[in-house]
Design a binder for this molecule. Structure first.
Ligand code: NAP
Ligand code: GLV
Length: 306
């Protein structure tokens, strides 16, 4: 069995060593133009040339959860596309989002500024019941995030394509229930995949439907958010602030208005990182299962976009 590795931004040696240890007998090498046909590929942002030269692939393993960039390419005709299925990302996402919500809710930025200025003062405690949180996307990451937030006794709303029953979460589904979901939420957390249906989903209209003094946490993809609409909603006071981890262009260009808006907290696409050892173990298990003719989780439906 041959495995080819084509991941921009990842040092290949530790991945190759990890796969060799996990799949003894497999031949694994870094893809180069003209490389021989492989059975399986481990990829992140491969070039179109890679796809064109590997028409016989049985499966492509994406070393991330989001496959939006991969699905823009012409794929090998019979290859399954398999995304990372948690692999240590869900707990990181739960930490990140809980941190962002709690920092905002408890006004820790304000306290930090006060203490730095030598001011000792209390702010009026806010009511959790005034901060219903809406989680868009209740998949592998969104469900974990919603459950983690529920531990802090916030009212939690969730929105997904298909109906869900998750303890502690008021579930909304489908386009029909989107406006009701928004109207019931003050904090909006985005964990949707980027698809033609979800692009620009956080826009002027969406933001206006949230409870006033809303807060936005975007940890999915930059193209979900209309940047200027968020900035205008902050200027108008409809949105109190935002925590953004993902951007239309990454790195976020120098001079972008987000850099200088004090109500926006920025991080460099780091809310849930791919963890190498967990990812190798998961992909190796799935390759072994496919070799035995068994089904695996995390298969992407290219027509649906996730
Ligand atoms: P997932 O398991 O595929 O879950 C996607 C969720 O979105 C599902 O609940 C799905 O509904 C829902 N959904 C999809 N299209 C929808 C639509 N049109 N309307 C309503 N709901 C819709 O994905 P995941 O593993 O949780 O990851 C989510 C995204 O997080 C990834 O695609 C990626 O972009 C992003 N991500 C970011 C980072 C980071 O570091 N910032 C790290 C990892 C992932 P159903 O359940 O009904 O199918
Ligand atoms: C990161 O953004 C991922 O999709 O895994």
């Amino acid at each position: 069995m041959k495995i080819t590795f084509c991941c921009t931004d990842a040092k290949p040696e530790p991945w190759l060593q990890g796969f060799s240890a996990a799949l003894p007998g497999a031949e694994i090498s870094v893809w180069q133009p003209g490389a021989p046909q492989a059975d399986y590929a481990v990829v992140w942002a491969p070039p179109q040339q890679f796809m064109d030269e590997q028409p016989g692939l049985k499966a492509l393993f994406n070393i991330g959860a989001g496959v939006d960039a991969l699905l823009k390419l012409r794929l090998p005709p019979h290859a399954l596309v398999v995304r990372l299925d948690d692999a240590g990302m869900a707990v990181q996402m739960a930490e990140y989002v809980c941190h962002a919500v709690i920092r905002h809710f408890r006004e820790f930025d304000g306290y930090e500024a006060d203490m730095a200025a030598g001011r000792w003062g209390y702010r009026k405690p806010r009511l959790r019941s005034d901060f219903p949180i809406g989680v868009m996307g209740l998949g592998v990451l969104g469900e974990r995030v919603a459950k983690a937030l529920a531990q802090f006794d916030f009212p939690i709303n969730g929105w997904s394509r298909s109906p869900k029953a998750i303890e502690g979460v008021r579930a909304f589904s489908g386009a029909d229930q989107f406006n009701d979901f928004l109207a019931a939420s003050r904090v909006l957390v985005n964990l949707l995949p980027l698809t033609p249906e979800t692009a620009d989903v956080i826009n002027k209209d969406t933001l206006a439907r949230l409870l006033p003094g809303a807060y936005v946490i975007n940890v999915a993809r930059g193209a979900h958010l209309v940047d200027d609409d968020l900035l205008a909603a902050i200027d108008s006071g409809q949105v109190a602030g935002a925590t953004l981890d993902v951007f239309r262009t990454e790195p976020l260009p120098a001079g972008h208005a987000f850099w200088s808006q004090p109500r926006i907290t920025l991080t460099p696409h780091t809310s849930a990182r791919t963890l190498r050892d967990e990812s190798i173990a998961q992909i190796a298990r799935k390759i072994a299962a496919l070799q035995r003719g068994e089904a695996v989780a995390g298969i992407v439906n290219p027509a649906r976009g996730y």
